[in-house]
Structure formats: structure tokens, C-alpha cells
Write a protein that binds this ligand. Structure first.
Ligand code: PLP
Length: 399
């Protein structure tokens, strides 16, 4: 271990591991030990690590051109925008570099739409308790968790939080200033809380009736993760704005805000921009990622594997009193514990299974969408072994 003081700001509590190589769902550390990767970055490497065909597309682009300003036409950017429009309910795309930036663009777009296109004075955004939307000043204010706001006062104005899965709470939060509602269909970061279909249906209806834009944050749920290309498809709704990032370019930095045609005039030349947004390299990676996702029907694979995994987890984890619930949508799965999971996660890592917490009491399983039954069985075996050492596996949980 290197005991020298790091030159990095201490913004991360780092695991004591250095990963140096990856292939599909396997990672290797600097001592040659292999790990089953059930984090996939942070739901980023949906195609697994170093996917061959994405690598080839990046290499081609690397030979041609790395960067050109958005003041010029960038064909691969137009191509990816067209592709995203074809596979989604949206008509327009703005590219940026991260999830927070995509949500920031969504917030700006919603305010501009009301203030410049409709000519009203609406600016408030309703978000939800336990939500997560990013770390910029606006998106941390949108986030429904105190931990991301600590020490950052004063926060920007115009955000209110309603209760998740509680339509009356949304109704109570609406004022004559409400511009948009922003929602994750599965709250991933806070522990895999899944929106109820009835709630989402009523929310979409309410937004339409009140002239409020519906923004769905699919930064984590998008790109096949939940068993459909976008999670909103499973709810039978069409968001006015959808934001994407994590899985969109297989690990290169990217963000995208997708919007309906009626929002076109919300932005005019110079009203929003990003130097690196839509750069050729991430665009090439994004193009290849989407093509492969479609060719291999990965969202269907995620749906099937997710069903297999949920069923198996519920059966096999019944005997462990530390576990209170297993829930998931596709390959975004949460295992809820009665106690904080940090020490259990450490043990799982030592036993060769890389997983991540969701909130303090949930372990998230979100492997590559190519994960096999065999790999899931291995992961569950490791989890059971660690749990046995943890609490003896004597009690009876109700799953
Ligand atoms: C990760 C995440 C974000 C923030 O994305 P960054 O790329 O880290 O800025 C926003 N919303 C959701 C739902 C996320 O999971």
C-alpha cells in the first residue's frame, strides 16, 4: 500500500482495490486476481468491459479526428441523434458529457420552454424524496437527499420535493409556478425503489392536464438496463424530456437530453452549449453501443436474466435473516438488508464479487447485460457464502 498523501481531493471513499484489466463481466486487479463485476462501472459498462466492436469504432475515429467545435457540422453526432430519435419517443437531442449535465440541460430546457415559448413565468421543478439527479448546484438541489446538499448553501431556487409513488403529494406540490416534474422510474442510487405503474400513469395524466413537462431521468435506467431500451416503455408513457448518460457510450463520457418536437424553440443559438458535448469519440462509441444493443437484443436479454436472477435470489436468500427484500427491474436489482451493507460489500469484494451499495442498506446487482446464468449462480453462491459467515443463515426471511 502506498501511504504517501494523495494529490486528489478526498471526494471518494475508495475500495482497497486497483483494477487494471477488464473483459466482458470479469475484471482483474494489479495482482492478477479476477473478479465478477456486478457493478459495471456504475451501470456504465452495459456491454461489458472493452467490447470489441465499440473498441474498433473508437479506434477508427481516433485515426480520423478527435475534436472539432460544435460550431461545425459533426456527422457522427447527427447520426447518433438520429438513431436515438428513431429508438425513442423523442424528436430532438442535445449532447453533453454526464448525467448531471443532461439533467441540468433538462431543467434549463423546461424553464426556457415556459418562459420563452409559452411566455409564462413558470420555473419550479417538482422532484421526489430519495431521488438522485447529480452533483451540480441545480441537480443536487433537485436531488431528494440531504447528504448531497450538506455544506453547499445557498441552493438555487425553484425545486420542491414530493413523495415517491404518492400522486396526492404531487398534486399538493403543484403551484402556478410549476414548470416540470422530474422523476426516476427506478430510484437506483438510493436503493432500487421502483415506481408503481398506477402512480406513473396518473402522474403523466396530471402533467398533461396541468401543462407541466414530464422529465424522466434515465441516466441509470436507460440503454437496456431495466429490460427495455428505456424504462418508460414499460410504463406506457412518453416523457417530454428523457435524460441519458451512464450506459450510452460504454464508458466514454457522454450525456444526452432527448426532447419532444414542441421543445425545439425552447433553445436558440447561443442559449445553451457544451465544449465537449457531442465530440466525435464518445459519439462513435455511442453509435456502436446502440447498434450492438439493438443487434444483440440486449434489452430482452436483460429482461430474461433479470427475471431469472430475481426468482433465484428470492428462493436462495429466504434462509438469511439479514435480508428483508429483493426487488428489481431487468438487471437493476436491489437486495435490501436489515443492517448497513458496507462491511458485507467489503467481504463480497474479498471473495471476488464486485457490487455496490444503493443507499446504506441495499446491495445493487447491475452486471453487464451479457451476464450469463452461470455468472449469476456464481455471484449468488459468493453472496450466500459471505452471508453464512455473517449471520449463520438460521432465520427465515419473508421475500
Ligand atoms: C448517476 C446518475 C446521475 C448523475 O450522473 P453523472 O454522470 O454522475 O453526472 C443522475 N441521475 C441518475 C438517475 C443517476 O443514476
Amino acid at each position: 500500500m502506498n501511504l504517501k498523501k494523495s494529490c486528489l481531493f478526498p471526494t471518494y471513499n475508495k475500495f482497497p482495490l486497483t483494477l487494471v484489466r477488464g473483459h466482458q463481466t470479469t475484471l482483474w486487479d494489479d495482482e492478477g486476481k479476477s473478479y465478477l463485476d456486478f457493478m459495471a462501472g456504475l451501470a456504465v459498462c452495459n456491454l461489458g468491459h472493452v467490447p470489441e466492436r465499440v473498441k474498433e469504432r473508437i479506434q477508427e475515429q481516433l485515426e480520423q479526428l478527435w475534436h472539432v467545435s460544435n460550431l461545425f457540422h459533426i456527422p457522427v453526432q447527427e447520426e447518433l441523434a438520429e438513431k436515438l430519435v428513431t429508438i425513442s419517443c423523442a424528436d430532438l437531442v442535445f449532447f453533453c458529457n454526464s448525467g448531471a449535465e443532461a439533467n441540468e440541460a433538462a431543467i434549463k430546457c423546461a424553464r426556457r420552454y415556459h418562459q420563452r415559448v409559452l411566455g409564462n413565468n413558470r420555473y419550479e421543478i417538482i422532484t421526489f424524496e430519495q431521488s438522485f439527479h447529480g452533483r451540480t448546484m441545480a441537480t443536487l438541489t433537485a436531488t431528494g437527499q440531504e447528504k448531497v446538499k450538506d455544506g453547499y448553501l445557498p441552493l438555487p431556487e425553484g425545486f420542491v420535493q414530493a413523495r415517491f409513488n404518492d400522486i396526492q403529494s404531487v398534486r399538493n406540490s403543484i403551484t402556478d409556478k410549476t414548470a416540470a416534474v422530474m422523476l426516476e422510474l427506478v430510484q437506483g442510487e438510493s436503493g432500487v425503489h421502483i415506481a408503481e405503474p398506477k402512480f406513473v400513469f396518473e402522474l403523466a395524466k396530471l402533467c398533461e392536464k396541468e401543462g407541466i413537462l414530464l422529465i424522466v431521468d434515465e441516466v441509470q435506467t436507460g440503454i437496456g438496463r431495466t429490460g427495455s431500451l428505456f424504462a418508460y416503455e414499460q410504463y406506457g408513457i412518453e416523457p417530454d424530456i428523457t435524460t441519458l448518460a451512464k450506459g450510452l457510450a460504454s464508458g466514454l463520457p457522454i450525456g444526452a437530453m432527448l426532447g419532444k418536437e414542441k421543445l425545439r424553440e425552447a433553445f436558440s443559438a447561443g442559449s445553451h452549449a457544451s465544449t465537449f458535448g457531442g465530440s466525435p469519440l464518445p459519439m462513435a462509441a455511442g453509435m456502436a453501443t446502440i447498434e450492438i444493443l439493438l443487434e444483440d437484443g440486449l434489452e430482452k436479454k436483460a429482461q430474461q436474466m433479470g427475471a431469472y436472477a430475481l426468482d433465484k435470489l428470492r428462493k436462495e436468500l429466504k434462509a438469511y435473516p439479514a435480508i428483508c427484500a429483493v426487488r428489481g427491474l431487468g438487471l437493476l436489482i436491489g437486495i435490501q438488508f436489515a443492517e448497513p451493507v458496507a462491511p458485507i460489500i467489503q467481504k463480497l469484494h474479498q471473495n471476488g464479487l464486485l457490487v455496490l451499495a444503493g443507499g446504506t442498506h441495499v446491495i445493487r446487482f447491475m452486471p453487464s447485460l451479457y451476464v450469463t446464468c452461470d455468472e449469476f449462480d456464481q455471484a449468488i453462491d459468493i453472496l450466500k457464502k459471505v452471508l453464512k459467515e455473517w449471520d449463520g443463515g438460521t432465520g427465515e426471511a419473508t421475500l
